[in-house]
Write a protein that binds this ligand. Structure first.
Ligand code: AMP
Ligand code: ZN
Length: 482
């Protein structure tokens, strides 16, 4: 369990009275107070990555949202518990032909579980590089199959789910009267043929029903035995089963990207509300982050404009420059990222850290106006994560008229809230002459089809902290993330 203020500032600012943390709730469409229903800690669930590829910085923008929520609560002395699932089975590709992980495992000629574990490890690396605090648990879908079987068994017993002629088990959407409340869709207005994660010719009773469990058919990997035969889980049931189990039957705040609002979260709400005793909402508040665009278009693999954190690092840019850019924009607005804004953020961060080092000559001074500024910034975070306003204040502090000791005290007090590592000197890594020569040597070895030499050089580069990959466009390299 996270302890409040576990990474408290070097200096403790004077007690500031928190007016309470509020966010925009997608279900009620209102700004609503975040609170701990058990009176002890706020229970948070954030939909995690599908581990068939590296998370792009758009995905990371959504994962950062959970971190900003946790830091805001911790700063006000409120405890929280965060669960984030790892989707390593059941998420079908856009054309619904194949499980994303299995499709990737065929491409990489590897076992699907090893593909999943590899990308999961890289997801954790990326989160660390962005100072995203670790969740309290990361349950994997493939290791929670029993939980899903229990949930589906209960839904069938209660008459909310049924097995179709094709052997798959479906949720009976018409049995959940408030279906559509989250996304604004109405069941009777949904057109037949709308995609619901799977194509299944006529086995569903109603076109809006969705698969909780999918019969294996010809699939031979990532399948399990169940009372309804061999198969694999649907993506939506995974999040209901895991959130209710790991957060003891109640989610105070559920987080995800805006594209998950429908159908993923709509279906999850129907399942979870049907699974908890006594009716009511299993999730109190739904928080959705808007999409990241890159150079004008939504960042996605299909748009071909994906930027990875390793691409940022490979350019010698501090990965926290990405965090900086995200915080300059409100989570609820689409934001357009570009290399020039990332570069500018990098330079500002460098300057702020240098400034902080120069203020160290003066003793930290927690004056009254310093406490006032801390309270104002905390209140911006509390106000539906108004991080752009908080960033403007921080800029003002660095450039403003305060004494050095006051500026020092402010940076020290606020660093745990912003998570920008303002108190450390961080050097951007540049390629050494030796590394440049080795990269050239490897390129030449590959051109000569001398793969033995190219593998040797790859190992030498690895010792220098450089990772090389061979793509259709040739050799690419990046710094390994620690
Ligand atoms: P996935 O790994 O595809 O399951 O997605 C992980 C998270 O990233 C989900 O919460 C998505 O809603 C979110 N997401 C996907 N694309 C973007 C984007 N361009 N900007 C922000 N969040 C995104
Ligand atoms: Zn989910």
């Amino acid at each position: 369990m996270k302890r409040a203020g576990s990474d408290a500032a070097v200096l403790k600012p004077a007690e500031h009275k928190s007016e309470g943390f509020k966010i925009y709730d997608t279900l009620s469409r209102e700004i609503s107070a975040v609170s701990a229903s058990n009176g002890e800690f706020v229970r948070i669930y954030c939909c995690g990555p599908t581990v068939y590829r590296d998370a792009h910085v758009g995905n990371l923008r959504t994962f950062l949202l959970a971190d900003l929520v946790q830091r805001t609560l911790a700063f006000a002395g409120v405890k929280s518990q965060l669960v984030q699932n790892i989707t390593d089975v059941g998420h079908m590709s856009e054309d619904f032909e194949e499980d994303k992980i299995i499709a990737q495992s065929k491409l990489e000629k590897k076992d699907p579980f090893s593909v999943a574990r590899e990308y999961e490890a890289r997801f954790h690396q990326d989160c660390r590089a962005l100072n995203i605090r670790a969740a309290d648990s990361y349950p994997r879908a493939s290791e929670c199959i029993d939980l899903m079987i229990d949930s589906i068994t209960k839904l069938i017993a209660d008459g909310l789910a049924y097995q179709g002629e094709d052997g798959s088990v479906y949720f009976d959407a018409a049995r959940f009267p408030s279906y559509g409340a989250l996304s604004g869709n109405r069941l009777d207005a949904l057109k037949p043929g709308h995609r619901y994660e799977f194509t299944e010719g006529g086995a569903k009773r109603f076109h809006a029903d969705w698969a909780l469990w999918k019969a294996a058919g010809s699939r031979s990997e990532m399948i399990w035995d169940t009372p309804w035969g061999r198969g694999f889980p649907g993506w939506h049931i995974e999040c209901s089963a895991m959130s209710l189990k790991y957060l003891a039957g109640k989610v105070d705040l559920h987080i995800g990207g805006i594209d998950l609002r429908f159908p993923h979260h709509e279906d999850e709400r129907a399942q979870s509300n049907s699974l908890i005793p006594g009716g009511g909402e299993a999730v109190t508040l739904w928080l959705h982050g808007e999409h990241l665009l890159f150079e004008g278009r939504k960042m996605s693999k299909s748009s071909g404009n994906v930027v990875l954190l390793s691409d940022v690092i490979a350019r010698g840019i501090d990965p926290l420059a990405i965090r900086f850019c995200f915080m300059e924009n409100r989570y609820r607005s689409q934001m357009d990222l570009s290399w020039s804004s990332i570069q500018a953020a990098h330079l500002t961060l460098e300057r702020w850290r240098k400034s902080y080092q120069s203020w160290l000559k003066s003793p930290a001074n927690l004056s009254e106006r310093v406490n006032q500024l801390i309270a104002e910034i905390a209140s911006a975070f509390n106000n539906d994560l108004d991080t752009p306003r908080a960033m403007i204040s921080l800029r003002g502090i660095e450039r403003g008229e305060l004494e050095d000791g006051e500026k020092r005290a402010l940076f020290e007090a606020l660093d745990p809230l912003f998570g920008l590592d303002l108190l450390k000197q961080r050097e951007a890594k540049r390629l050494t002459k030796e590394a440049e020569a080795l990269l050239e040597k490897r390129k030449a070895a590959r051109a000569n089809r001398d793969f033995k030499l190219s593998d040797q050089v790859r190992d030498q580069l690895s010792l220098l902290g450089i990772e090389v990959r061979d793509t259709s466009e040739g050799q690419e390299w990046s710094w390994k993330i620690n």
